[in-house]
Ligand binder design. Structure first.
Ligand code: HEM
Length: 398
């Protein structure tokens, strides 16, 4: 295990990630990388870090300066709320709250159900489908673009920008990836500025409950959000709100199809769809790594860590920790309790977690209700990304 290094991962890492995690958890749970950062693989250690945001900062300026310099990528990733600490984080997070009230989310449910019905109608007509492009990508992007108020015809653009901007967070990126990420941030900002200008010129274009309009009003109130903050929160929402959910749905369908007994359980009792969504999230965490930096000297599991140490919270490892989840490698849609870490924990816990859960519940319920004999054409093709566990292709047939 001494040789394991996040900055120089073995070539077979992605398909065998959970075996590597098991080894790390057992033999080196606070594991030093070649750059002095540490990997955490035990559930309890990650919970401790999440619960102490003063000691464990989310502020990424020190990390991103050497990586991104004074670039658009630096500006974006150090302005979005996920990478900031109190008091800025608290101020911005409050503004997001009303977009995610139970009432606002309940209003989205019929739209989510109608979108899913449409994709499943297509599956029925065609007799088969490539799930990622035809279903699991389309749903979350439609929903999050609706929430923000982005026009339908621009949704492919948003996906491309999201991939480039979030892709730049991988532990190692090429010059070409860096340049493309910077261009994506600039283009995205120009795009949103136009959308904002449209609403300023024509207040009737604003819709109640639309996040872009709500955040603009918050900005107009005074010191609450600067223009740059407004733009970068919107970019972050559009990015965070779909790639993760896309992978949740793709992985979920894949795991169900690999475990027909779980499909049978869901068909027998549709109310299991909620716990099924939790199990999918636990089993294949769409975001595999969260990071924090210590603000003072500390210790984790007896390992001394000086102030300024970066830790990588390996969520996929915590979710399979046998100390927290009995038989962690078994996919069991009835698992309870199931307090997985896929949405993080503490002050930065995913603002969109209820929305993602609604999407998963309806997607799995409807898919397996309508198509009890759905089959995998081939095992899911995984992308080589480390931070996001991404399904690239998943072919199914009726
Ligand atoms: C399966 C889907 C999703 C997963 C696995 C996921 C995962 C996460 C995780 C792990 C964090 C915490 C990051 C940290 O502590 O460093 C987070 C934060 C966040 N997520 Fe999600 N997310 C999902 C869907 C969504 C959706 C649909 C939205 C919005 C439409 C969203 C919006 C956010 C926001 C705004 C934050 C920042 C919260 C803060 O810093 O206070 N997410 N997400």
């Amino acid at each position: 295990m001494a040789a394991f290094d996040l900055l120089n991962l073995p070539t077979d890492y992605v398909p065998n990630a959970y075996a590597y995690f098991a080894n790390l958890r057992a033999h080196s749970p606070v594991h030093r990388n070649s750059d002095g950062s540490y990997l955490l693989t035990r559930y309890a250690d990650m919970v401790d870090v999440y619960r102490d945001p003063r000691l464990w900062s989310s502020d990424k300026r020190a990390d991103f300066k050497p990586k991104f310099g004074d670039s658009p990528l630096y500006e974006h990733h150090t302005t979005s709320l996920v990478f900031r600490d109190a008091p800025d984080h608290t101020r911005i997070r409050k503004l997001f709250q009303h977009a995610f009230t139970p009432k606002a989310l309940a209003a989205l449910e019929p739209r989510i159900a109608a979108l899913i019905k449409g994709y499943l109608d297509q599956l029925e007509d065609a007799g088969g489908m490539e799930i990622v492009s035809e279903f699991s990508f389309k749903l979350p992007v439609e929903v999050v673009c609706d929430m923000l108020g982005v026009p339908g015809e621009d949704r492919e653009l948003i996906r491309d920008w999201a991939l480039l901007i979030l892709g730049a967070l991988e532990p190692k990126i090429s010059k070409a990836q860096f340049d493309a990420g910077c261009t994506a941030v600039d283009d995205f900002k120009t795009y949103l500025r136009d959308q904002i200008a449209l609403r300023r010129r024509n207040p009737a274009a604003r819709r109640q409950g639309e996040i872009l309009s709500d955040l603009m009003d918050a900005e107009a109130d005074g010191e609450k959000l600067t223009e740059l903050e407004l733009l970068h929160q919107c970019i972050f929402m559009l990015n965070a709100g779909h790639e993760t959910s896309t992978n949740m749905i793709s992985h979920g369908i894949h795991e169900f199809l690999r475990n027909p007994s779980e499909i049978a359980k869901l068909q027998a009792d549709a109310s299991l769809a909620d716990s099924a969504a939790e199990e999918v999230l636990r089993y294949q965490a769409p975001i595999q790594i969260n990071n924090r930096r210590s603000t003072a000297d500390t210790k984790i599991a007896g390992v001394p860590l000086p102030a300024g140490t970066v830790v990588h919270l390996m969520l996929g490892a915590g979710n399979r920790d046998p100390a927290q989840f009995p038989e962690p490698d078994v996919f069991d849609i009835e698992r309870r309790p199931n307090r997985h870490l896929s949405f993080g924990l503490g002050v930065h816990i995913c603002a969109g977690n209820t929305l993602a859960r609604i999407e998963a519940r309806i997607a799995f319920q409807e898919l397996f209700r309508r198509f009890p004999t759905l089959r995998l054409e081939a095992p899911a093709k995984l992308a080589g990304r480390i931070r996001f566990r991404e399904v690239e292709e998943l072919r199914v047939s009726l």
